[in-house]
Design a protein around this ligand. Sequence first.
Ligand code: TXA
Ligand code: MG
Length: 332
Amino acid sequence: MSVIKMSSSEVLREAAALLKAGQLVVLPTETVYGLGANALDGAAVARIFAAKGRPSFNPVIVHVPDAAAAQAYVMMDARAQAVAAAFWPGPLTIILPRRPDCAVSELCSAGLPTLAVRVPAHPVALALLRESGVPVAAPSANISGQVSATTPQHVATGLGDKVALILAAGPCDVGLESTVLDLSGAVPVVLRPGAVTAEQLSAVLGVSVGYDLGDHGDQVKSPGQLLKHYAPSVPVRLNAVDIMPGEALLAFGSVKFMGIKGGGRAQDLPETALRNLSDSGDLHQAAANLFRMLRELDRPEHHRIAVMNIPDQGLGIAINDRLKRAAAGSQQ
Ligand code: TXA
Ligand code: MG
């Protein structure tokens, strides 16, 4: 029996009741699908970790319907108010100090003095948050270390038998997880690039906001930065300018001049071995397609997935971050 149900007011009421009863409910957001639990209920949050196989040292994002709701759990300074006003609801997560009286389960913070909060822009997510009246802890709805899910079917493949309900609302618009901005210290820093870019954050905060993507070998600030992440089971090769025999191609832009080593052209690849993130080179379209296409090319008959170069600008920074992790996480 499938636990996938299209969102309707009746299904939303059912989902809210399940959440309040401590059950796991998958919810659509504009970024990726989330594996939700009542963040006030420690036993419910613990079920998230068990279902995903997620290490308990990796904290989870808590979703709330608006900035006023976030203020009940975290201390929002003037910087946090400014970015919340500019980007919420939207694909931005803010890490802030927990309030001393914060009622959210400590499991969501994984032992840290901080909590990650986000107001998602998806109407179904917002309706569920309002209907349930509880903050919802929700990591991406995939088995830990695997590619995030951007369709209800992808959620069901990994977690179908572990959740009470998958609230379905089609494919996600953005397709990449939210930008994670750490405002718990004196210097704002982006720990995970996403659709809200460091340039946009810099403009609102009036200071230059940099990235700390955990790739410099010192202490990792965000446990999710652990490199083995977003990994298909087939190896991934980046910045491909040609295709090796046995490889599938994840293209970006025109493949007219792409050849297969030893003879042939990209166009000669079988339908199952070629996906184009965006024929026209559009980064938003590429982001929305990324995880679905990685999954579609992740087939045992492919020795490897070759990925064409993506410009490292704007949303391209977030796409390249996920691709680097996919390449590092797969055994080359
Ligand atoms: O778009 C998204 O953010 C999706 C949707 C469902 O909202 N959620 C998501 O959650 O991607 P998750 O758990 O897969 O990624 C959350 C990231 C992880 O890298 C985690 O380590 C980091 O945020 N994180 C969460 N709380 C943190 C904290 N207090 N300090 C540092 N990093 C934190
Ligand atoms: Mg995740």
